[in-house]
Design a protein around this ligand. Sequence first.
Ligand code: DGJ
Length: 722
Amino acid sequence: MIYTDGKQFLLEGKNYGYAMFVNGDGFLQQLHYGGKMKREDVAYLAETYASIVPNHWINKDEAFDYLPSEYGFYAKGDYKEPTAIFERQDGASMSRLRYDSYRVEKDAPKIVGMPHVRSGDETLVITLKDDFSDIEVDLYYTVCENSDVLVRNAVIRNVGKKPVMLKRAFSFRVELANGEYQLLRLAGRWGQERIPEIAPVAHGLTRIHSLRGSSSHQTNPFMGILRKDCGEESGECYGVQLVYSGSFALTAEWSKYGALTLQGGINVTGFGWELRGGESFVTPQVLLTYSNAGMGEISREIHDFLRERIINPAYAFKRRPVVINNWEATYFDFDNEKLCAIITAAANLGIDTFVLDDGWFGNRTNDFAGLGDWFVNEEKLKGGLKKVSACCKEHGMKFGLWFEPEMVNEDSELFRAHPDWALCKEGVEPMRSRQQLVLDFTRKEVVDYIFGVVSKIIKENDISYIKWDMNRYVSECYSASLPYHRQGEVMHRYILGVYDLAQRLLDEFPDLFIEGCAGGGGRFDAGMLYYFPQIWTSDDSDGYERTKIQCGTSLCYPLSSMSCHVSVCPNHQTGRTVPFDTRGRIASLGAFGYELDVTKMTDEEKESVKAQIEAYKRTDRLILNGELYRLSNPLESNYFCMLVVSKDKSEAYVVGERGLCIPFWSDKFYPRIRLRGLDNNAFYEIEELKTVLSGGALLGAGLPLPKTGDFGSWAWHLKKVR
Ligand code: DGJ
């Protein structure tokens, strides 16, 4: 709901209220972001804020040092980090953005060329005008009555004739009322992505960011802001999440006056964008989520929102294929016979899609050569991809193929023909990572070329699934196609090129299923999820490490978006051995598949695979639609436990894993785990325990945690019986 009289604004979602007003000097000021309030309250809040600045106050001009400005411009005593800076040709960059007008539109804005929220109830657009330049800023706010997610972004317009240089163009600013807050970030590295870290917010600036050209393994474009007493299931908190996949920044600035200022969007470092007369710059959207029931509720709200309004609707709620991927089974060492043996064995086990990973193209016998040459390596694959495709068809399986479209090896035909198509500067030794360079996706001809070759392979070989990988970051980037003063545009233009290629492929092949990947989970964000319904969560598929990665990832991404495979033991990344059934249960909490050599399995393991797939098909709808409860966090205890409950509370699926065994009496005398989200008055049958218990007992008294060996696990499937 949006209420306004043209001076005061109140936005409402399911449980939140967001209020602003135009103050006596014509500036747009934030009044409240938190629990719901009434329209009538806004006037009172406005009055009390206005009276903070008595008319005789000598420093009235410096008011924004302590008043919450809705979009922080560069001056007027606002000494916090500005939200935007626009430099004119005379070098001046001070600004004073004053309220000009507003309009309310139906639905959510459609943003061309960038991932965006696909639907919303209504959108408030407030226009601010600069006192000193020809810049206008439109602030967008999309509300949905059934959701606690508020969508924001800003569009900066140059309505004059002369170019202006945008030196910073964040998407939003929000100010939280005085209090002590904690900041939750998802930190990590390759093989250990999105591990939650919580720390009190200190005075000054705290910044989460990536300068890597992708959202990255090290960080994630999400931050949780928790009131001091907030936890998983209670307390007031906020989620701040960018719908963006490139170099980003999210900042929290705690001022001496007590308020906490949150901002973010495209990373400022190295950024610069020439905005010519008549042009607009659209900033990425941010999802702001509010809850007064803990971080668990923030996650459930975000999961619903991403599934319903961001992820490709063709796949968001569609059952996912059960995949066999050959990477860890063969690495680069395969031929048609080996692949066909894997396909045949996998088909017999009930797996429905074969994904051929890296190594099928160009001169790719290792990772030193071939990227960019998207034509089949006939020496390796005699008979070409058609033979693999035919083998899949013969066994009733779908065929998926690996690409790394953004990359090129110097040892490739593509690079030899177009050395200037890589993001590097002549005369400067490029930084190589995994022996490869990044293609200049700021150039239309490069994206056109890659689109052409990838489409041809898809068409000719009946490909229904692609795994889109990206195995290095962007560094020392320079585009030969842009003049010196526009090099600051490269990082953002690069990711726009990536989005463009993804969208064009989906337009050309509307049924194509694309799984995202970036050296494991190095680009797992809401921007990529707009195109790719699922993303390879991590190269680390160790059945214990994955509990931490999946738990962290679940903070702001739905289970269905996490691609999770059962792999061989000892695990290729950790060297650890975890029971086969544990690996299966942990992988069943996402988009399920296998990453091992099925031709080398024992008969017993093969039977287990069949049973795992059967079990997965009984619970995958819960993974797609259900509500997630994190019952035990493996980073804080010896147990991992997650529960997914169907929306109507008639069914639930619990998976748990114990870490290392410790003597029973140290394990707090057979601890119990209390379930959540069930119907208190209903009765549930628990298949594996052969018992029926009331929702009340399961919620209140809980179930004893099974005694297992190291990394032992359990799964309970609950069905409402009355
Ligand atoms: C990194 C991915 O995460 C792996 O699954 C695999 O596809 C390799 N790249 C191939 O190079």
